[in-house]
Design a protein around this ligand. Structure first.
Ligand code: MN
Length: 256
């Protein structure tokens, strides 16, 4: 099995080192990761400046770009003659639950892999320092092995988003849907020494909605690992059906 590992915390993060050590026995592991922290980079791709790739060792490359840049460069260039069977992104420092998936560079790297036709999952540790990546690393190895042997088959354009609770002895997981969480919409305004305003946005999670079957419920309330299948088609199919007969004054509705 060939594995590509990446992350958004940067190639020197202990999370990707723990992941690499855990999956090493499954096959050939290549690491292509950002040269610095890119958390909350989402699915950004670098189009306005050149990208540099630093070879740090055998099958270990740092990119001065985003997580998406890393996967794009790995699959379309560095590994194009021997594409990986699986891309794993993580282990992220901090959870990527619910709405987080839209901001997350960790999840975006797995999204990019799915777009480029390679099965993938993102894995995040819902904890605070001191980080214990052990349980998440063990789960990543188990999941990667099941994908490798075909028992878990990811259809095209799909990926898995995994979140692991902080408990060191966690051994239960649940298949989940995305939940909803709230960060309180915090905006902190301060003044710089020249009297101009500046802002810190985003905050700590305040609460999540009680949605049975959701990743938040499984992890926060249940203390379990959550595994959420995601797909790339974000079309609102129900709305498409509901709107399909609507017209707009002055415009003719076409069909495709
Ligand atoms: Mn991160």
């Amino acid at each position: 099995m060939r594995l590509l590992l990446t992350n958004d915390d940067g190639i020197d993060s202990p999370g990707i080192a723990a992941l690499a050590a855990a999956v090493a026995e499954l096959g050939e592991v290549t690491v292509v990761a950002p040269d610095r922290e890119q958390s909350a980079a989402s699915h950004a791709i670098t189009l306005s400046r050149p990208l540099r790739v630093q070879t740090l060792g055998e099958r270990r490359f740092a990119v001065d770009g985003t997580p998406t840049d890393c996967v794009y460069l790995a699959l379309n260039h560095l590994l194009k003659d021997a594409r990986p069977d699986l891309v794993v992104s993580g282990i992220n420092k901090g959870s990527n639950l619910a709405d987080d998936v839209t901001y997350s560079g960790t999840v975006a790297a797995a999204v990019e892999a799915a777009m480029l036709g390679v099965p993938s999952f993102a894995i995040s540790l819902a904890a605070r320092p001191p980080w214990n990546f052990g349980p998440a690393a063990r789960f990543a190895r188990a999941l990667a092995a099941e994908i490798g042997n075909g028992k878990i088959a990811l259809p095209p354009q799909t990926l898995l988003n995994v979140n692991v609770p902080p408990r060191a002895d966690v051994s239960r997981f649940a298949w989940t849907r995305l939940g909803r969480r709230s960060y309180g919409n915090m905006v902190e305004e301060r003044r710089d020494p020249r009297g101009r305003s500046y802002y810190w946005i985003g905050g700590d999670e305040l609460m999540h909605q009680n949605i049975p079957g959701s990743d938040c419920n499984a992890l926060v309330d249940g203390g379990m690992i959550s595994v959420t299948p995601l797909h790339l088609d974000v079309t609102a199919h129900g709305l498409l059906d509901a709107f399909s007969a609507l017209s707009l004054p002055g415009f003719e509705r076409g069909t495709v």
